[in-house]
Design a protein around this ligand. Structure first.
Ligand SMILES: Nc1ncnc2c1ncn2[C@@H]1O[C@H](COP(=O)(O)OP(=O)(O)OP(=O)(O)O)[C@@H](O)[C@H]1O
Ligand SMILES: [Mg+2]
Length: 236
């Protein structure tokens, strides 16, 4: 896939695959195109200039953002995107597919509360979203993505701004979601998180793939250390 903004080539002929059940980590310097990659994969808010994508053999090249979600690809965003004035439970309800309301509001709320419990937000349903912690808002955003029952979950910096104990909990949460059968692509600057959860690591630089491989090999790669890890070492 490729995506330019004027003269800036944010994603340059990038090609990669994700195995079923896999956790793929994506690292790279600020501005290297990581979030743009999630944007063009989901078409939220824009698709690629050119490129192809398929999920389970089904081409998504002509799909709308909604059809892409329905096909099984869901994402979170780098900054919180919840509805601040709604409660945590209401945020879940507005993100659930129509089919979840077939059996009435009560059944839908029960399902919403199960989703909240799956990200350890049980008991928080009645709180206004703007009043919960950054960590809880990140988990709420993950729960709203899980509401569409994705096959693939794209997480854009799920641990940015979290404390060390919270990062450790986020690692457990990512593993738990993956153990439930969801393949995951996770963008992070916190290299320790990427090394803990990823089966494979991909490093972007200027919109191109700088390096791809096992986390242990990638973090020792000289090109990765020179282009990125030198400056990111403080995050580890
Ligand atoms: N909508 C846009 N319009 C113009 N330029 C954009 C737009 N979105 C991203 N860019 C530019 O594209 C490049 C890649 O940005 P992107 O947000 O994908 O980087 P990133 O790797 O996610 O960075 P970070 O680690 O800081 O989140 C940057 O130079 C950015 O300024
Ligand atoms: Mg980004």
């Amino acid at each position: 896939m490729s995506k330019s903004f004027g003269a800036l080539r944010a994603i340059r002929d990038l090609s990669f695959s994700l195995g079923s059940g896999e956790i793929l980590g994506i690292a790279g310097p600020n501005g290297s195109g990581k979030s743009t990659l999630f944007n063009i994969l989901t078409r939220i808010p824009f698709g690629p200039d050119r490129g192809e994508m398929s999920l389970d053999g089904q081409s998504l090249d002509r799909s709308s953002p909604r059809q892409i979600v329905q096909a099984g690809l869901a994402r979170t965003f780098q900054t919180e995107t919840d509805f601040e004035t709604l409660t945590v439970l209401e945020n879940l309800l507005v993100s659930m597919p129509d089919g979840d309301f077939r059996d009435g509001r009560q059944a839908a709320e029960t399902h919403a509360m199960e989703l909240l419990a799956s990200v350890d937000l049980q008991g928080q349903g009645d709180r206004i979203a703007s009043e919960i912690t950054v960590y809880d808002r990140k988990k709420l955003m993950i729960a709203t993505a899980l509401a569409s029952r994705p096959k693939v979950l794209l997480l854009d910096e799920p641990a940015a701004g979290l404390s060390r104990p919270e990062v450790a909990e986020m690692i457990e949460l990512i593993r738990r979601i993956n153990a439930g059968g969801v393949s995951i692509v996770v963008i992070e600057h916190i290299i320790s998180l990427l090394v803990s959860v990823s089966n494979r690591l991909l490093v972007l630089n200027f919109g191109e793939m700088l390096c791809e491989g096992t986390p242990q090999d990638v973090i020792r790669d000289r090109r990765v250390i020179e282009a990125y890890l030198g400056s990111a070492a403080a995050h580890v």
